[in-house]
Design a protein around this ligand. Structure first.
Ligand code: GLU
Ligand code: ZN
Length: 516
């Protein structure tokens, strides 16, 4: 019998997501339960959005949760490299093999042509997709044009008729009409693979037997199955797990719910409790007990106990479970150690005390002055969430502009935050001091506090995001209409400011305007 091998294949394009940990956990349990192996592969084919920082953060967070893998970019293994950006030659060779066999073809279409086709299809109320234009070029012409250096991508051939049947371990057979499946680009014009090619080639070469992944990938399954067939490989068993949901049942998103594992760490959740809670998403113990360890989950894991109703990631339930872990599973000494690991440690304290030294009269003043460094969400007084010169909606808009800055400012440090937020004040036409006051209230609960930008850096992006969102909730969350409007207004203000600066610079270079 073949050994079960599963994997988690995160794309390092953002914060470590609880959804990644959830899928990793299920793959881990499935593999361990069958005495098999669990791998970690980094899918960084999106060169623009992938970063090493994100990769490091994902690995760190999964380890923090207590998950381990047998092969991966950090631990190595016999099927490496485990980072797709280091496997380009492998994908190119496989794309060539598909062209050779007539299962893929070079497409020389220009973006303009593809755009026109798309528009025509939409106008005729057809599903937009590639029209097969280059599929029938002769092999000689195709090779000659490529040899002459003409820009092209490689696309897979897809039948235009019939249905694809996917056998899903949880859902049984799923049928998708081939006509709905696009002739997917496999290799981009820069010679690098798309997700679909890299994913299939790697799952095969890495000996993956079972693919447990989020249900958002169901629509990609026909392309993948077709590719396995083209290569003459046996496809792994597919199993699409239900997506995590916000309490309103929409897909879990950071606009409605914190999704970064770092946030939960920062809020003081125990890794065991978070992992336990993720295990309760879509799965339950045979005896329905809610508190269980990773080992217990491995011992009892069974796909037949996965339910397809969208599991709701509920903060209150998670907090309740975390409380049980703290009370029932830690000795007093362990609890103390955990608190120290979390924030009462020399490192964190050592970064906070310099911020208040100039203002304390007694050491005991420290507590009240720095309490917000040890809190999760804080409760600012809504009456203090005001800005001189702005009406209530103006404040709401200003906080939203800040929230976009909080997302965009990387790295999240004093040195990057200060210019970004000073500029926001300028964009709003406000005095910096008047504007920053509301941010003090938002992030520390008080209009006067430790230096703002250092404080934000120490709190970190995840906690800042959560506190900002909480303040926005107190004032009334942004509507989707406002979202569009405020974005456009921000862009206009940025443009005006850039022009103003340019004019000022030009004036500085040529101070004397000749007068006639
Ligand atoms: N890189 C994909 C992701 O980020 C992997 C999807 C899959 O498991 O096939 O989720
Ligand atoms: Zn084409």
């Amino acid at each position: 019998m073949t050994v079960v091998r599963t994997r988690i294949a995160p794309s390092p394009t953002g914060d470590p997501h609880v959804g990644t940990a959830y899928v990793a956990l299920f793959n881990y349990c499935f593999a361990r339960q069958h005495g098999g192996q669990f791998l970690l592969r980094i899918e960084d084919t999106d060169q623009v959005r992938s970063t090493r920082e994100s990769e490091a953060a994902i690995l760190r967070s999964l380890k923090w949760l207590g998950l381990t893998w047998d092969e991966g970019p950090d631990v190595g293994g016999p099927h490496g490299p485990y980072r797709q950006s280091e496997r380009s030659a492998i994908y190119r060779a496989h794309a060539d093999a598909l062209i050779e066999k007539g299962h893929a073809f070079r497409c020389f279409c220009t973006p303009q042509r593809l755009d026109e086709v798309r528009k025509a299809q939409l106008a005729a109320q057809q599903t937009p997709g590639y029209d097969g234009h280059c599929a029938h070029l002769s092999a000689t012409e195709s090779a000659a044009r490529a040899a002459a250096g003409e820009t092209h991508v490689v696309r897979m051939k897809v039948p235009r008729e019939g249905v694809c049947q996917i056998q899903d371990l949880l859902r049984g057979p799923i049928e998708i009409e081939w006509a709905q499946v696009d002739m997917q680009v496999l290799l981009k014009s820069d010679g690098l693979p798309t997700y679909h090619l890299a994913n299939v080639v790697d799952d095969h070469l890495m000996g993956i037997t079972h693919v447990l992944r989020g249900e958002e990938w169901i629509s990609s399954a026909p392309k993948h199955l077709l590719l396995y067939g083209y290569f003459g490989w046996q496809a792994p068993q597919l199993c699409h797990l239900p997506l995590l949901r916000n309490p309103d049942k929409s897909k879990l998103s950071k606009r409605k719910n914190p999704t970064s594992i770092v946030y939960y760490e920062r809020m003081g959740f125990l890794p065991e409790a978070l992992l336990n809670y993720l295990g309760m998403m879509a799965w339950s113990m045979p005896d329905e007990r809610e508190k269980f360890t990773l080992e217990e989950m491995v011992a009892h894991f069974d796909l037949s106990r996965v339910s397809l109703g969208g599991p709701v990631f509920d903060q209150a339930k998670l907090s309740w479970l975390n409380g049980r872990w703290i009370r029932e599973s830690l000795t007093p000494q362990q609890f103390g150690e955990r608190v120290a690991q979390w924030a009462l440690n020399a490192d964190y304290l050592g970064r906070i005390t310099p911020l208040v030294q100039g203002r304390v009269e007694r050491l005991s003043d420290l507590g009240a002055m720095t309490s917000f460094f040890f809190q999760g969400l804080i409760e600012p007084n809504p009456a203090e969430l005001t800005v001189k010169g702005l009406d209530a909606d103006g404040v709401r808009r200003a906080l939203q502009w800040v929230s976009w800055r909080v997302e965009d400012t990387t790295p999240f440090t004093r040195d990057t935050l200060e210019p970004a937020l000073r500029e926001t004040a300028e964009l709003l036409g406000l005095k910096t001091k008047d504007f920053l006051r509301v941010l003090f209230v938002t992030f520390t609960g008080k209009p006067v506090s430790t230096p703002l930008f250092e404080t934000m850096e120490l709190l970190g992006r995840d906690l800042c995001r959560a506190r900002l969102r909480h303040a926005q909730t107190l004032l009334g969350l942004m509507t989707s209409k406002e979202d569009k409007k405020w974005k456009a207004e921000l862009e206009a203000a940025e443009k005006a400011l850039a022009e103003k600066k340019l004019a000022a610079a030009a004036a500085a270079v040529a101070p004397e305007t000749p007068t006639l």
